[in-house]
Design a binder for this molecule. Structure first.
Ligand code: TXA
Ligand code: MG
Length: 341
């Protein structure tokens, strides 16, 4: 479906910022798609109020139509206009974390078309913090539906080049605001009673607990979902955020042993680890042994390793605690396909 010559513009290098933000806003107002940076990953935006524009997101990404999209707005008060309930928990979380990497799922008004929510009566809302995202949304003067700007189930994009590699020919414009450095927003469902964590993210459960007074309950992970049922939350799909290279995650010692065994049998092995390697192998990305470094550089590292064309990517299994939860969650899904041999 190569319908477009995709234009990619690096702000203040190939193009003047105000001109490209105007172009992005005009395209969004005309019902077209624009990729832009947020403080988590690059998003693929469309006018959330126009079903035909939102349909283009699903087509460009190859995304199943029952997966709901997050709607991005500039302020808490604009978010409130799109929902029929605003519980105290929403008020507290919005006050503490917006603008920022938090998505709140709440009952939607009829202004939000069915196609945005995959038929669900709720909508995911986020007020992003990234200045480029904010300028585009402000000038478009619309709620913007924006999933991560990658083909469905692939690794989320943290650079404009990642978006181009995945969506070239499928969208008219990529606004390159430089690398972004986080995993996708934390998603919390406030639509039914107690707050429920649908996707771990940059705002961890221990930080949420400080604001909510109690930890959110956890959505069940990886439950089998009937084909035609609306998804509870597709970030919950078993395989997601995945490199095309077969990937496995193991405790570091077992990972070392597997790397040695596979290398001895002639396999080309790429490695994501916290162990510093001396001399540093070109097949290894070594991150600092701290959750923050992994969270900020995870997708960049996975993109780099995937591009090496190795037979396998072997990843150190991160610790299981609230601070590492988002990294653990993404890696578990990235490695869920297993190894074909
Ligand atoms: O950081 C982010 O959230 C990025 C940037 C671009 O904002 N966006 C993003 O969108 O990650 P996407 O579509 O890749 O992931 C949206 C997640 C999915 O897990 C989806 O199921 C969940 O949010 N979600 C959205 N609306 C929902 C709803 N009404 N009910 C349940 N889950 C919802
Ligand atoms: Mg995504």
């Amino acid at each position: 479906m190569d319908a477009f010559i995709t234009k990619m513009c690096t702000l203040n290098r190939d193009c003047d910022e105000s001109a490209i933000i105007r172009e992005a806003a005009d395209l969004l107002r005309a019902g077209e798609l624009v990729a832009f940076p947020t403080e988590t990953v690059y998003g693929l935006g469309a006018n959330a109020l126009q079903p035909s524009a939102v349909a283009k997101i699903f087509a460009a990404k190859g995304r199943p139509s029952r997966n709901p999209l997050i709607v991005h707005v500039l302020t808490t008060s604009l978010a409130r206009d799109l929902v029929t309930a605003w519980p105290d928990t929403a008020a507290r979380l919005a006050e503490a974390f917006w603008p920022g990497p938090l998505t709140l799922v709440l009952p939607r008004t009829r202004a939000i078309p069915d196609i945005v929510t995959g038929g669900s009566n709720t909508v995911g809302l986020r007020v992003p913090a990234h200045p480029v995202a904010r300028k585009i949304i402000a000038l478009a003067d619309l709620p913007i539906a924006a999933p991560s700007a990658n083909r469905s189930n692939a690794i989320s994009p943290t650079r404009a080049e990642h978006v181009l590699a995945d969506l070239k020919g499928r969208i008219p414009l990529i606004v390159d605001g430089g690398p972004t450095n986080n995993v996708e927003s934390t998603v919390i469902d406030l639509s039914a009673g107690l707050p429920r964590l649908l996707r771990p993210g940059p705002i961890s459960t221990d930080v949420l607990k400080e604001v909510l007074g109690a930890e959110p309950t956890m959505a069940e992970g990886s439950v089998p979902i009937p084909e035609d049922a609306p998804l509870p939350s597709p970030g919950q799909l078993r395989v997601h955020y995945a490199p095309s290279t077969p990937s496995v995650m193991l405790p570091a010692d077992e990972a070392d042993a597997l790397v040695a065994k596979l290398s001895a049998s002639g396999k080309v092995v790429a490695r994501l680890t916290s162990r510093s390697t001396e001399p540093c192998s070109p097949m290894t990305v070594a991150l600092l042994p701290h959750w923050q470094d992994w969270q900020e550089r995870l997708y960049d590292a996975l993109h780099m390793l995937d591009e090496l064309g190795a037979d396998i990517i072997v990843v150190d299994e991160p610790p299981r605690n609230p601070q590492w939860a988002a990294v653990y969650d993404r890696l578990k899904r990235a490695c869920a396909r297993g190894v074909p041999w």
